[in-house]
Ligand binder design. Structure first.
Ligand code: SF4
Length: 411
């Protein structure tokens, strides 16, 4: 099988992986005339192709889509009737360098089905990164998927070459993982996450220590994971609790939520249709609220345990807590401002900086890029106060919902 055909199969097989952000890595370039490629921290390299058109400029590919395991939700499972392919380490290294030279990509996202053994598979994945870095001085971005049961020494080596490492937690609950991926062991996944955290902490201590010794390098963009949404019955509340636990226990940089995609010849235990993509989007918004806005899970989801699909979770929270509004933008604390619908973290910083020298008025909101329609009922400014009882209006929520549109007839 030629490399082009392998690429078709193995890039297609990788499209279900949603870990495609590169923020947080170290700055590295080849301006010294040695090597090739660069990474710019915070540039957010994240383009590849997903079936629904989501962003994805990494070469996102599997080393092989053959797999010994039979995870029901996975198109690459052992019992799946799909064409199989496998790159050699050298083929993948050459492909990555060729694509980089042609300006197609800025880095590599590499995962793999498990063949022979976790150690053998991990050794192959690490070999690609090792060759790129040591033989070709590749300075682009590398994200490696780690195999949970792989030997510690291999994981440590992976961290030496990769910018980011990830291990998929796969399912929000242990029982679902047992049901859908019986060969996978949630304890092994968590153990590996714990080992990664220890190594990341050690590397950070090394960097902070004021010694002359070169600090050890270990995955400077940290670790991430992915959870499949909608393959099991787990509620958004359960999913967010699992994420909160993962962020707290393993200091993950990101949890990615991947809406379950129905696969060919699927098990009857799986749903026939994919959950609304909007559910995945709302989970990302809720995740953002936990990480940057000071919300905890109990505040984000109400008794229904599900996020509303028609409005975003921060607006939903504000409408459930109308007694806390309207908020005086010129006096409120940073924490309070972060809870105003339409106010992002940068907006809040700009508001705080601006009000040190001047009183914020209505006209200033446009300059601060605040979506006025969303924020106005919740804020007080020196020249704006929402009309009395406006916040209590039963129909207020309707104002924020997307407008209904007539379906087209296609002619
Ligand atoms: S181990 Fe990974 S590649 Fe293999 S079946 Fe499970 S999810 Fe798919």
């Amino acid at each position: 099988m030629d490399v082009q055909r392998k690429l078709e199969i193995l890039a297609d097989a990788a499209k279900y992986d949603a870990s495609c952000a590169s923020s947080g890595t170290e700055k590295r370039d080849s301006s010294d005339g040695k090597g090739m490629g660069s990474t710019a921290p915070g540039m957010g390299i994240c383009h590849s192709y997903a079936p629904d058109g989501r962003c994805i400029s990494l070469l996102k590919v599997l080393l092989t889509n053959a797999c010994n395991y039979d995870c029901l939700y996975c198109v690459n499972r052992a019992s799946s009737n799909v064409p199989r392919a496998r790159f050699t380490v050298d083929e993948l290294v050459k492909l990555t360098l060729d694509f980089y030279r042609r300006n197609y990509i800025e880095g590599l996202f590499l995962s793999s089905g498990i063949i022979r053994s976790p150690d053998y598979t991990m050794e192959q994945v690490v070999s690609v990164a090792r060759k790129l870095r040591e033989e070709h001085h590749f300075r682009g971005y590398i994200h490696l998927k780690t195999i949970p049961e792989a030997d510690d020494a291999l994981i440590a080596e992976a961290g030496k070459y990769a910018d980011r490492l990830s291990i998929n937690i796969e399912m929000p609950e242990e029982t679902s993982l047992q049901q859908f991926a019986p060969e996978k062991d949630v304890r092994a996944i968590r153990r590996t996450m714990g080992r990664l955290r220890l190594k990341l902490d050690e590397a950070e201590e090394d960097r902070n220590a004021k010694t002359k010794a070169k600090p050890q390098r270990f995955a400077p963009a940290g670790q991430s994971t992915q959870m499949i949404v909608g393959a099991d019955a787990a509620s958004d509340q359960t999913i967010l609790h699992t994420s909160a636990n993962l962020y707290g226990a393993y200091r993950l940089r990101r949890v990615y939520y991947s809406a379950f995609s129905p696969i060919p010849d699927a098990s009857r235990a799986l749903p026939l249709i994919q959950p609304p993509l909007l559910r995945e989007h709302r989970l990302y918004q809720a995740d953002w609220l936990m990480r940057f806005y000071g919300f905890d899970v109990a505040e984000i989801v109400d008794d229904s345990a599900m996020l509303p699909l028609d409005i975003d979770p921060k607006l939903a929270w504000a409408l459930r807590h109308r007694d806390r509004f309207p908020l005086d933008v010129n006096r409120a604390s940073r924490e309070e401002l972060l809870r105003v619908p339409g106010f992002g973290t940068k907006t809040v910083e700009r508001i705080i900086a601006t009000r040190r020298t001047t009183t914020i008025r209505l006209a200033d909101l446009a300059r601060l890029h605040v979506p006025r329609n969303k924020a106005m009922p919740f804020i007080v400014l020196s020249d704006h106060r929402p009309t009395p009882h406006r916040l209590d209006a039963v129909g207020l929520i309707e104002r924020f919902k997307p407008k209904a549109t007539q379906l087209g007839f296609g002619f």
